[in-house]
Structures are given as structure tokens and as C-alpha cells.
Write a protein that binds this ligand. Structure first.
Ligand code: 4LM
Length: 400
């Protein structure tokens, strides 16, 4: 098979090569790190033209930077988006996008289940500025049809949702939202673009915590917003430049690019071990329930098979004995780390009700499907046998 430069390159190849030519950079194999805050204008007129938007180029690294721009174009390519805007964190991506799109009087319809700080940003941040937040169970798209109105500016959700692994049908919700004139924003952190590409299914924007699978090594905090080029320019020039200042440092862009080179390999391993661990957990007598989209017992398994190219590395479970049993199990683990965050090489376990979702009140957690007994496991890249052995000891079962 000959190399055909006109054939679209696969995602693993684009994650490594997209947008970079060594010949333009002193033949350096890896892209240079542009550690610079500002850029020298060849003359004052060019500086003025750049500020007026009449010339293309970098002005100041709160707006753009060549190293960060390369990362943005790579992730945009993986997501099938026209453009990307990298930010200092996932929360920076979400807040910069929201402050750009919304005005007082607008409504967001959002799923019941959201990452705890996204939930708090909407409840305590956006709502203080006259934005109405309506939570709807988006597992059933018909619920959206009943709630949506001319006031609805954004429909926002995660799929799979953090922490309970509920799914949302991106194509069905996008059709419904667009018919009512609303924009669709999908947080694709849990799936990664190798498993789900929301923009190809109709979403307008994707946001990520790049801290997780995209970076993949637990050594940085980062985010990104993806969408149409014109819209991303607005988020850059309004949301990040003037409102949040949530800009990604060039060094972090370099680290995320290093992570991207193995994204395809890592996701394949996360999916493989994730499935094995989920099936094993489901067979254990002390386990009450396992929530993993790859299991036939997942109520939305059919949607998962249609919408996801793999089932990922995130598992939620409940033990018989609930909260106390879950905490005792966590405390007995020897290799799996008790830590928030996810998508790292290390397997991580945490208790959403007291950790990532402690921003919800107990009543809110109940109403939003986040039980006190839920334990969340981010399956890492260690040998599956070692993960299972650690879990077996902690659950007090010898069978593997
Ligand atoms: C966690 N999550 O769950 P930054 N969107 C989703 C997330 O899971 C997160 C963010 C956005 C966790 C952090 C401690 C679906 C974060 C926010 O943390 O700001 O990069 O992303 O363990």
C-alpha cells in the first residue's frame, strides 16, 4: 500500500503529526516551545493592523501563541472541529465559553448529572447574572422537548456523565435543540475524541478538561473549547481575552501534545482493561451495581454501541452495604490511588458525594442521581491482573 498524501490520515497519525513540518523549524523533530509573552511587530503599522484584525499573526500570549496554536489545531482535527481554543483548565474552558455566549434573561437547559464544579458554576455563578438554569434528565430526549423554549440559548451535557455514567443521545438532542434555536455544548472529557466526536453528531461546541485523557499523565491542569472558527474566535477575543484570562501556558501545551502522541494507544488500553474490570466487578457478591456503558446491564448499552467507539476507562459502582462499605473498600486498596481526577496512567478511586460532587447539597445529589454509596474508579494503564488483585483484596474476595 503506497502512502497517499491525499488520503485522510488516521487519528493516531494526526495526534502525532498534524499541523507541524520539521523543515519549517530547523528540522527539529518535535515542535519548538515558544516561551514568550509578547510578539515584536516589524513596524507600528503592522501592530495596529493586527489589533484591528486586518492582519493575521500573534500579538500577546493571552490571545494566542504558536505552541498553543499547534495543540489547538491538533485537538480540533481529532474532534472534527474547525477550530480550538486552549485554556488554563477545564473550568476555564467551560466558563470562558459561557461568559461569551450568554446574556441576562437567557436559559441553559442542562442534564441532571454534571461534574460538581460545573454544577456549582451554573448554580452559584451564572444564575447570579440573570441566567436561568434548568436541569432536565436528558437520558430521555423527550424531556428536552417539554422544557425547551425561545429563551433557551444553550443545551449542555456530559456523556458519559460524571460520576454516574449516564449517557445522552447527542444526535437526537442536537436535532431538538437546533429546531428550537438553541446551541448544543457537550463536555467530552470522559469519552475523548477517539471514542465520541460530538461535533460530527451535531453538537455546536465541545469542551474538555484536558487535565484528564488528553494530557493523560496527571502532571498538568488544562482545558479546551472546540467549535466553528468564527465562534471560537469570539470565545478567544471576548471570553478568554477580556473576561476570564484563562489562558493555557505554552509549556502545558507542549505537555498535552506529548500526551496526545499516545492517546490512541492509551484509550485502547483504558477500554480493554475497563471492560475487564467492569465485568469482574459485576460478578462479585459484595457488589450491588456496576455502571459501565460496555456492560449489557447498562440501561443505555444500545446507545453506547451506536455513539461510542469504545466504552472508556471510567466505572461507577455501589457496594452492598452502601457508603460505609465503599469507604472501607477504598481504604483497603494498596496500589489503586485514592485521588480525584481521572484518565491518568495510575488507577484512581474516589467518593463523589464527599469529594468531586460535594458541591451539590445532599438533597441535590438525591434529585440528580448521585447516590451517597457511589464509588468512582478511573481504570489506569497498569496490568489488569494487578488492578483486579488490588480490588479483590479490598473487597475481601479471593476469586478472580
Ligand atoms: C474529577 N473533573 O471529576 P479541570 N468537566 C468534567 C470533569 O470531570 C472536570 C472538569 C470539567 C475532576 C476534577 C477533580 C467532566 C474535572 C473540570 O479540573 O478544571 O481541568 O476540569 O475528578
Amino acid at each position: 500500500m503506497a502512502f497517499d498524501a491525499n488520503r485522510p490520515l488516521g487519528p493516531a497519525t494526526r495526534a502525532i503529526h498534524h499541523g507541524y513540518d520539521p523543515a519549517e523549524n530547523g528540522n527539529a523533530l518535535t515542535p519548538p516551545l515558544h516561551l514568550t509573552s509578547t510578539f515584536a511587530f516589524p513596524d507600528a503599522e503592522t501592530g495596529g493592523a493586527l489589533f484591528a484584525g486586518e492582519a493575521e499573526g500573534h500579538i500577546y500570549s493571552r490571545i494566542s501563541n504558536p505552541t498553543v496554536a499547534l495543540l489547538e489545531s491538533r485537538i480540533a482535527s481529532l474532534e472534527g472541529a474547525e477550530a480550538g481554543l486552549a485554556t488554563a483548565s477545564g473550568m476555564g474552558a467551560i466558563s470562558s465559553l459561557m461568559w461569551t455566549l450568554l446574556k441576562p434573561g437567557d436559559e441553559i437547559i442542562t442534564d441532571k448529572t454534571l461534574y460538581g464544579c460545573t454544577f456549582a458554576f451554573m448554580r452559584d455563578g451564572l444564575s447570579r447574572f440573570g441566567i436561568k438554569i434548568t436541569h432536565v434528565d436528558l437520558r430521555e430526549p423527550a424531556n428536552l422537548a417539554n422544557a425547551i423554549s425561545g429563551q433557551t440559548r444553550i443545551v449542555y451535557f456530559e456523556t458519559p456523565a460524571n460520576p454516574n455514567m449516564r449517557l445522552v443521545d447527542i444526535a437526537a438532542v442536537s436535532r431538538m435543540a437546533h429546531a428550537a434555536g438553541a446551541l448544543v455544548v457537550v463536555d467530552n472529557t470522559y469519552a475523548s475524541p477517539l471514542i465520541t466526536r460530538p461535533i460530527e453528531l451535531g453538537a455546536d461546541f465541545v469542551v474538555h478538561s484536558a487535565t484528564k485523557y488528553l494530557g493523560g499523565h496527571g502532571d498538568l491542569v488544562a482545558g479546551i473549547v472546540l467549535g466553528k472558527a468564527g465562534a471560537i474566535k469570539q470565545v478567544r477575543m471576548i471570553g478568554v481575552k477580556d473576561m476570564t484570562g484563562s489562558v493555557m501556558a505554552p509549556f502545558n501545551a507542549m505537555l498535552v501534545m506529548r500526551g496526545l502522541k499516545t492517546l490512541q494507544l492509551r484509550m485502547a488500553r483504558h477500554c480493554e482493561t475497563g471492560m475487564r474490570v467492569a465485568e469482574w466487578l459485576e460478578a462479585q457478591p459484595g457488589v450491588e451495581a456496576v455502571y459501565y456503558p460496555g456492560l449489557k446491564s447498562h440501561p443505555q448499552h444500545d446507545l453506547a454501541r451506536r455513539q461510542m467507539a469504545g466504552f472508556g476507562g471510567m466505572i461507577a459502582l455501589e457496594l452492598k452495604g452502601g457508603y460505609a462499605a465503599g469507604l472501607a473498600m477504598m481504604n483497603r486498596l494498596q496500589m489503586i490511588r485514592r485521588a480525584v481526577s481521572l484518565g491518568d496512567a495510575e488507577s484512581l478511586i474516589q467518593h463523589p458525594a464527599s469529594m468531586t460532587h460535594s458541591t451539590y447539597s445532599p438533597d441535590e445529589r438525591l434529585a440528580h442521581g448521585i447516590s451517597d454509596g457511589l464509588v468512582r474508579l478511573s481504570v489506569g494503564l497498569e496490568d489488569a491482573e494487578d488492578i483486579l488483585a488490588d480490588l479483590a483484596d479490598a473487597l475481601g474476595t479471593n476469586e478472580r
